[in-house]
Design a protein. Structure first.
Length: 304
């Protein structure tokens, strides 16, 4: 296996609750109140929809796709949902720093360095909203390719927190049979003071409609027994996936990083933030960029 290359689940398409729109000559992210399933190919009008999008939408009420039947491919919750604080260079899409709230991996002068991770609110490098939680949920939608996944990417605390909780709860309640449970992604909305009482949407994970937990666990046990009888080793699959994730310091590559920057970083960051990004990209070390960043912000405060 090539060292330094993260081996992640094969991705067949994307699941999103937003899209990129063009306004005043600029491409900016825009939230939506429904799911969209796309392929990995972009056209002039954005990502091309996957055939599964039309199939599932035909079964939905009012053509609004607000629930998607899914299956997890791993029993370990942390293999299905990957999440950490991530700082990207907004010009190149390169991942500069990735942390879990305790420790982080950071791109420095001598390569990848380990540092304490105090979370974005307390980290000088994260000032200005440049560091966000970044989650990737891998789910299977089609039994024709049992290891192929569709990825839902988010920087929202609501979705990450809810998905993490649900995965752990279902895993524990079923006796670590998460991959055998009949689940679905469900879109939920809520209003908060921070959203100025307008609805915001996040993703939840529930049992499929009409199935209670006891029936789901019974079905999962039967499926697990049948799989073992056929010679399928779920524990070995989880272990291989765990090693694949750990084969590189950063799971996210530059190509994916550019998509993330476009999807989740809007024009809310002013010219100073953009200039800081450029400085961080050209400095020999991130620590030097942090010092220059602080000086630039102090200068702007003095002018204003």
């Amino acid at each position: 296996m090539i060292k330094g290359l993260a081996i992640t689940p094969p991705v067949l398409g994307r699941i999103s609750i937003g899209k990129i729109v063009e306004k005043n000559g600029k491409r900016i992210p825009e939230k939506d109140d429904q799911f969209t399933i796309t392929s990995q190919i972009q056209g002039k009008d954005g990502w091309i929809k996957h055939p599964l999008d039309e199939q599932l939408r035909a079964k939905a009420s009012n053509q609004k796709l607000r629930s998607i039947p899914v299956r997890m491919i791993f029993n370990d919750p942390e293999l299905n949902l990957r999440a950490e604080y991530s700082l990207f260079d907004r010009q190149t899409g390169r991942l500069i720093c990735s942390g879990n709230g305790e420790t982080c991996q950071r791109l420095g002068q001598n390569g990848i360095e380990q540092h304490p991770c105090p979370s974005p609110d307390l980290c000088p490098l994260a000032q200005g909203g440049l560091c966000k939680p970044y989650g990737r949920l891998y789910v299977n939608l089609d039994e024709s390719d049992e290891f192929g996944t569709f990825i839902f990417r988010t920087t929202g605390f609501n979705s990450i927190r809810t998905l993490a909780a649900r995965l752990r709860y279902y895993s524990s309640a079923s006796g670590d049979l998460l991959s055998c449970l009949p689940l679905q992604l469900t879109l939920r909305g809520k209003s908060t003071t921070q959203s100025y009482r307008t609805p915001i949407y996040y993703v939840d994970l529930t049992l499929r409609d009409g199935i209670n937990l006891n029936d789901a666990i019974t079905s999962a046990k039967q499926m697990d027994e049948q799989s073992k009888a056929a010679g399928f080793y779920q524990e070995a699959l989880d272990q291989v996936a765990r090693k694949g994730y750990g084969n590189a310091s950063f799971e996210v590559g530059g190509e994916e990083g550019l998509d993330i920057v476009e999807e989740f970083y809007s024009d809310q960051h002013n010219a100073v933030d953009i200039q800081v990004d450029h400085v961080a990209n050209t400095c020999q070390t991130v620590d030097s960029a942090m010092q220059i960043q602080h000086g630039l912000r102090q200068s702007v405060k003095a002018i204003s």
